[in-house]
Design a protein around this ligand. Structure first.
Ligand code: HEC
Length: 136
C-alpha cells in the first residue's frame, strides 16, 4: 500500500519545490515591477491614487479591482490565486504585458508612470521563460 502512494507524494513534493524556486525568482525580479504596475488592481495593498477622489473614477477603479481579482490575484505571491493553472497564468501574464493590454489603457491615461518599460517587459518575460522551463 505504502509503496503505491509514494511516487505521487514525491511528484507533489517536486512540484512544490519548483513553485518555491519560481516564487523566489518572482520576488527578486518581478514583484517590484508588479507592485508598481499591477497591485493597484490585482493585489491587496490597494494604494489609491490621487484621481480616486475624482467623481466617477472611484467607481471605475472599484469595479476594476473586483473584476481583476476574480481573474488573478497577486497578493499571495506565486503560485497566484486564480482559477487557472500556474502555467496558464504565466502564459496570460506574458501575453498581457507583451501586447500592452495590462495595465488597462483607461488606467494609464490617468497614471502613465505605471506603464511597463521595455526593460521591465523583458524582465517579466525572462522570468516566465525560466519558470516554464522548470515546469516542463
Ligand atoms: C486598473 C486596474 C488594473 C491594473 C493596474 C492591472 N490590471 Fe490586469 N486586469 C484588470 C481587470 C479589470 C481584468 C479583468 C478583465 C479584463 O481582462 O480586462 C484584468 C485581467 C488581467 C489578466 C487576464 C486574466 C485572465 O483571466 O486571462 C492578466 C494576465 C492581467 N490582468 C495581468 C496584469 C498585469 C501583469 C498587470 C501589471 C503589469 C495588470 N494586470 C495590471 C485590471 C487591472
Amino acid at each position: 500500500m505504502k509503496k503505491e502512494i509514494q511516487p505521487v507524494a514525491s511528484a507533489d513534493n517536486e512540484l512544490k519545490q519548483k513553485y518555491t524556486q519560481i516564487n523566489k525568482l518572482y520576488i527578486k525580479t518581478v514583484k517590484p515591477i508588479f507592485k508598481k504596475s499591477c497591485f493597484d488592481c490585482h493585489g491587496n495593498t490597494t494604494n489609491y491614487p490621487w484621481y480616486y477622489k475624482v467623481l466617477g473614477v472611484k467607481q471605475l477603479i472599484d469595479s476594476d479591482i473586483k473584476e481583476s481579482k476574480k481573474h488573478l490575484d497577486f497578493s499571495k505571491d506565486f503560485p497566484f490565486i486564480s482559477h487557472e493553472t500556474p502555467l496558464k497564468d504565466l502564459d496570460a501574464i506574458g501575453k498581457s504585458v507583451n501586447n500592452n493590454s495590462m495595465p488597462p489603457f483607461r488606467y494609464l491615461i490617468m497614471h502613465g508612470d505605471k506603464k511597463l518599460t521595455k526593460d521591465e517587459i523583458k524582465q517579466v518575460d525572462k522570468w516566465i521563460r525560466e519558470s516554464k522551463e522548470l515546469l516542463k
